[in-house]
Design a binder for this molecule. Structure first.
Ligand code: AMP
Ligand code: MG
Length: 504
């Protein structure tokens, strides 16, 4: 039987970077069954879903029949994990199939996760379980709908094979779509081996792919570092303004593209707590909510170190140049974060964000924290307050009177943005509330609901709850019945006991 050719591959990584990977094939799944197919994403990729019958799709996405044009490879990378350096990680349970240029002309990686052992597997089995792969579906699609750059799930196929973790779980293969799979750790792999030529090759490849305007420029490698830093500053600012905790910001999980990658132990904060940590293996809170900007900077410093020889032949000079960029990161982050907060506070998006505005945001967060208010609903109900309805907001606070002075300050600040003349005050208020509702979602993937739909899918084989949650999450800024069904925070006891698990 001929292999299906649903994608038009153009595999630049495999073509341009021999020596950066090992050609490798997925293992065969005994009983492939398609659990999820992302139709809107398939459409973007120009993947003709209708050209394959159900069995062919299952075979394709379980890795049993490679699509024509795919050149599966295991990529080499290293990484700092929880601060310690592992010189050899790599695709231990993943394979890059190749790249597809989508309908909008964007080059996108297609990769398997859970497709069997590779030369990078170390002690691992190369497998993935249904639950964690479906978590990538739910959280990735939610992030995408929230406007956050992210890798996305195209499909999940059950393999029909058990995988052995603390318990025996059903196995699965995820097909992941990414702007690329270049990571900070990809550079670290070659830098740690003293292979400066290869670091340069990789940097040139990254520039061609993500920052083509830098190609041929004098200081292109420094430009690349700056561009990555800017993307990460914007990304982490978006996370922070949505209450997202990545959970495992190791350098092998930080992309050059600026997309969020690897939804392992991630979680969304509920009752606001900047120290929130959910990951069962993050004992020291390294990846706690409020620590994420610092970690991003730390990771970027590791990237900068790999690029030093490319910045300047004079080492001291190279270090100075790199340091300038890394030291500039907190300001980059702060600007993106404060801009995001200003929009959530209902301020004029074109206006200047002052220190006083920053203090207003800080004091708001302090109120959410001291009264353990749900982060998402707190911001959302602030939009209602902007429209004149304070009751729902006040009801979130145990001691609402403590919010009153802040509300007065906030209103005063907003009054300064109000356009004089034209339109009624009520219209202006409604427009502001509407704008706030486009940046403060009503629905996020709540941890307890995600666990619930994953358990139904993994343990009972029931995918209906997942489909229903996904359907609501595709419109996270809407507040209709579909969203309401999934929007309630967990009981505080449940959140306090919530733990996420990595490497599953
Ligand atoms: P992750 O925690 O998924 O970011 O993975 C970190 C590293 O561990 C990567 O090199 C993975 O390929 C590898 N890894 C994770 N799980 C497995 C597994 N079950 N089998 C082989 N390698 C794995
Ligand atoms: Mg990873």
């Amino acid at each position: 039987m001929a292999n299906p050719a649903p994608f038009r591959f153009d595999n630049s990584f495999a073509r341009d970077l021999p020596g950066f990977y090992v050609p490798w094939n997925p293992v065969t799944a005994p009983q492939p069954r398609l659990l999820f197919l992302n139709h809107p994403l398939a459409e973007e990729l120009g993947f003709d879903v209708g050209a394959l019958d159900e069995r062919e799709r299952a075979e394709l996405f379980a890795g049993n029949r490679l699509p024509e044009g795919a050149q599966p490879i295991a990529q080499a990378y290293a990484g700092h994990q929880f601060g310690g350096f592992s010189p050899q990680l790599g695709d231990g349970r993943a394979l890059l199939l190749g790249e597809v240029v989508d309908r909008l002309g964007r080059r996108r990686d297609l990769a398997f996760k859970g497709s069997g052992r590779t030369p990078f597997s170390r002690g691992g089995d190369g497998k993935a379980a249904v639950g964690p792969m479906l978590r990538e579906v739910v959280v990735g699609e939610a992030m995408h709908a929230l406007g956050v750059p992210t890798t996305r799930a195209l499909a999940v196929a059950a393999t029909g094979e058990p995988v052995h973790r603390e318990r025996t779980l059903p196995g699965a293969v995820l097909t992941r779509v990414a702007a690329s799979h270049l990571r900070v750790g990809s550079f670290e792999y070659f830098a740690a081996r003293g292979e400066t030529g290869r670091v340069r090759q990789l940097a040139d490849y990254a520039i061609a792919r993500h920052d083509p305007q830098l190609a041929g420029a004098d200081e292109r490698y420094l430009g690349l570092l700056k561009a990555v830093a800017e993307r990460q500053a914007r990304l982490v600012a978006q996370w922070m303004n949505l209450g997202f905790i990545h959970g495992v910001m190791n350098t092998d999980n930080m992309t050059i593209s600026g997309e969020t990658i690897d939804y392992g132990p991630c979680a969304f904060v509920e009752a606001y707590d900047p120290e929130a940590v959910f990951s069962s293996i993050d004992h020291h809170g390294r990846y706690a909510f409020a620590n994420q900007p610092r970690i991003a900077r730390w990771n970027l410093a590791r990237l900068a170190e790999t690029l030093l020889p490319l910045f300047d032949a004079d080492q001291q000079r190279a270090v100075e140049r790199a340091t300038e960029v890394i030291d500039g990161f907190p300001a980059m982050f702060e600007q993106a974060w404060r801009r995001g907060q200003a929009a959530k506070l209902g301020m004029d998006p074109a206006g200047v964000v002052t220190d006083a505005d920053g203090a207003l945001a800080d004091d708001w967060l302090a109120l959410l924290q001291s009264q353990r208010v749900d982060f998402t609903l707190g911001w959302r109900r602030l939009a209602d307050a902007a429209a004149g309805d304070e009751a729902a907001l006040l009801s979130l606070f145990a001691r609402p009177e403590e919010l009153q002075p802040w509300l007065a300050r906030w209103r005063e600040r907003l009054a300064r943005d109000d356009p004089g003349g034209g339109g009624s005050a009520v219209q202006a208020q409604a427009a502001r509330a509407q704008a706030m509702r486009t940046v403060s979602p009503f629905l996020i993937p709540r941890n307890h609901r995600v666990e619930e739909v994953l358990a139904a899918a993994s343990e009972a084989g029931d995918l209906a709850p997942l489909e229903s949650l996904l359907d609501a999450l595709r419109h996270p800024f809407a507040e209709g019945p579909r969203q309401r069904a999934w929007a309630d925070p967990a009981a505080p006891e449940l959140t306090a006991a919530y733990r996420t698990f990595c490497g599953t």
